[in-house]
Design a protein around this ligand. Structure first.
Ligand SMILES: [Fe+2]
Length: 189
């Protein structure tokens, strides 16, 4: 990340490359890549005998600090922009309905995943079999959701959204992260 890029709310080392917000669809794709990495860490926790505290901290940090704002980027800006095209194409509405349902199925397990990881971190114990099942199910649901978003939603957005749409998307994403909302984004996508 270059030194000219802004930092959000006092964090010196943000996880996602905020320079990419000027290209909002690339930024979302990067977050998806990180979601896949988090799923791999979850897989490791599910199969390992010993609880990996470092992995658990990384997962919790991502879930607590990045997932919520990412979901808002999509629900409040990206999906809304695509929904504006629904009048022309019913298939977009069908895809959006599916991706929202997938998202809800994954996020429904978030509280249980957080609780299980935090409990082990606090008590120094191991994951129970039930906890492992929840973590595995959560990773599976996230991966299913990512397939639809990466294979259908992002390509559709790249093909259909205008530069003005992308500037609005970038502006909302910057605002959500406490970054200046007045900066020009001439190179959006
Ligand atoms: Fe996403």
């Amino acid at each position: 990340m270059s030194g000219s890029c802004p930092s959000p709310r006092g964090r010196e080392q943000p996880d996602a490359d905020l320079c990419l917000i000027a290209r909002p669809l690339d930024f979302i794709a990067e977050v998806h890549l990180r979601e896949r990495q988090i799923c791999a860490l979850l897989d490791g926790l599910v199969t390992a005998r010993t609880f990996d505290r470092k992995a658990a901290v990384s997962i919790l940090r991502f879930l607590n600090e990045e997932v919520g704002v990412h979901l808002r980027d999509e629900a409040e800006d990206l999906f809304q922009a695509l929904a504006g095209l629904c009048q022309e194409e019913e298939s977009i509405d069908t895809v959006l309905t599916r991706v929202r349902a997938d998202q809800e199925r994954a996020t429904a397990l978030l509280p249980e995943v957080r609780r299980a990881l935090q409990l082990c971190l606090d008590n120094g114990g191991s994951l129970s079999d039930a906890d492992r099942e929840v973590l595995a199910q959560f990773a599976d649901r996230v991966r299913r959701h990512l397939i639809v978003e990466n294979a259908i939603i992002l390509p559709m957005a790249r093909a259909r959204l205008t530069r003005a749409d992308l500037r609005r998307l970038a502006s909302g994403m910057r605002s959500r992260r406490g970054l200046s909302g007045t900066q020009e984004l001439p190179d959006a996508q």
